[in-house]
Design a protein around this ligand. Structure first.
Ligand code: SF4
Ligand code: SF4
Length: 424
């Protein structure tokens, strides 16, 4: 316990206060720094404030299904009347708590996720957790979380993607996940509830694609930091509210596009962002990039683009066929470097560069994330071959690294600007 303003402050209150300070610092800086703010982004700013500063629950009337990674199909959770709550965490406060429990060299996202469970300061505490065996650290984190009194169920994930065997292996895992969740919820999947859920999630995905169209234009109507915020909101928001807010945002982007309102400058380099996922409020690199006169026009990360990229393609609207189609979509869309070969990721980055007329790529890996660190060489070589400038950065959640990163980012942006000028 510590004394603050003559009141006794419990460790939990202190952690919540620190997290609220992290959240407010980022939100204020986003709101104040960028020219021509978007009015309808207020919904998302308020949502993060509500959850992380006021500690208001969004789902106290629902069963919360915690997901340790993007690979758990939200369509099946919605169909079985649960709410998916993605547990990937971006708070430095939680990272510090997790640092006392895990090896120092662990990935900050894992430390923060474990730290969150250790401090147990959830606004929407998960009733059960599903943990896909993707990267080694995620896999181990699931079993560590169990020690804090949570029910954690592993979902076997293949480490190869191309073979028929891995496809079948994953389909079986998703069927087993469905059985486990169905038993937990005491509900059955029906054609109707699963079709409705696929349709709703598909519609949410289509809204993300609508927003992305405005980022392909020469005049960019929305910053990359704002887009990370709205995609991160999808981790935990009520889906109907999120859809409504996105529809309002699209109307405003249409108006901004007609009025040629640009969030960047004419010479601002257009960036594709890839690597370890930016999770609120750890937007350190995206934020430095956009404060240094670049604009992120698209990304290849699991906290944004990868969640919305591929749609479920159903041939027959029968329960088993729908489950298989959902499984295929999740495996196909995943370009996480946990796979042995990951050529899809390279292809996707190159396509994004072309589609969004980008000037360069920024590849960020969390210190301690071996798979993103290991994959940097193949991505760097592929970009070099294509003549695409790329900057590789290693970072963590600590607030102290800013100056060093800024210098490298600014030098990269200057080189992209010179390249642009020379092209004219
Ligand atoms: S980086 Fe990979 S393992 Fe980690 S949350 Fe994203 S998709 Fe899952
Ligand atoms: S950033 Fe790396 S270590 Fe962390 S969850 Fe993703 S793949 Fe795993």
């Amino acid at each position: 316990m510590s004394i603050n303003n003559h009141k006794i402050e419990s460790p939990k209150d202190r952690q919540n206060r620190h997290k609220a300070m992290e959240a407010v610092k980022l939100l204020n800086s986003i709101k104040e720094d960028f020219k021509h703010p978007i009015k309808s982004m207020d919904y998302f700013y308020d949502l993060f404030e509500k959850v992380y500063c006021k500690h208001e629950s969004l789902h106290d009337d629902k069963v919360k299904i915690g997901t340790m990674c993007i690979q758990i199909p939200s369509e099946i959770i919605y169909a079985l009347d649960g709410v998916p709550v993605r547990l990937c965490n971006g708070f430095y406060t939680d990272d510090e708590i997790g640092s006392d429990l895990l090896p120092q060299k662990s990935c900050p996202l894992i430390k923060a996720t474990v730290g969150h469970f250790a401090s147990d300061n959830f606004t929407d505490r998960p009733n059960i957790v599903f943990s896909p065996t993707t990267c080694d650290q995620k896999t181990k984190a699931g079993s560590i979380i169990e020690h804090f009194g949570h029910t954690v169920i592993d979902v076997d994930f293949p480490r190869t993607k191309e073979s028929e065997e891995s496809r079948e292996y994953w389909r079986r895992s998703v069927r087993k996940f469905t059985e486990n969740l169905s038993r937990f919820q005491g509900k059955k999947l029906t054609r109707k509830n699963l079709k409705n859920a696929i349709t709703k999630v598909g519609y949410a995905q289509s809204l993300y694609h609508e927003v992305s169209k405005y980022r392909q234009d020469e005049i960019v109507s929305i910053s990359g930091t704002d887009v990370f915020l709205l995609t991160n909101a999808f981790f935990f928001d009520k889906i109907d509210k999120w859809i409504e807010a996105m529809e309002t945002l699209i109307d405003e982007l249409e108006m901004r596009s007609r009025e040629q309102i640009n969030v960047a400058n004419k010479l601002s380099p257009r960036i594709i962002y890839t690597g370890s996922p930016p999770v609120f409020p750890n937007y350190k690199i995206p934020h430095i990039l956009e404060q240094s006169d670049a604009v992120i026009v698209a990304d290849e990360t699991c906290s944004s683009n990868r969640m919305f990229n591929d749609m479920v393609a159903v041939d027959e609207w029968l329960v088993n066929d729908m489950i298989d189609s959902i499984s295929d979509k999740y495996l196909k869309a995943c370009t996480c470097p946990v796979f042995t070969k990951n050529n899809d990721r390279i292809r996707r980055i190159i396509n994004l560069v072309k589609q969004y007329k980008a000037d360069g790529v920024v590849y960020q890996a969390f210190a301690g994330c071996t798979v993103y660190e290991l994959e940097q060489r193949s991505v760097l070589e592929a970009m070099e071959k294509e003549g695409i400038p790329i900057l590789y950065l290693e970072s963590d959640y600590s607030p102290s690294q800013g100056g060093q990163l800024s210098t490298r980012i600014e030098a990269f942006i200057e080189s992209l600007k010179t390249r642009r000028r020379n092209k004219k």
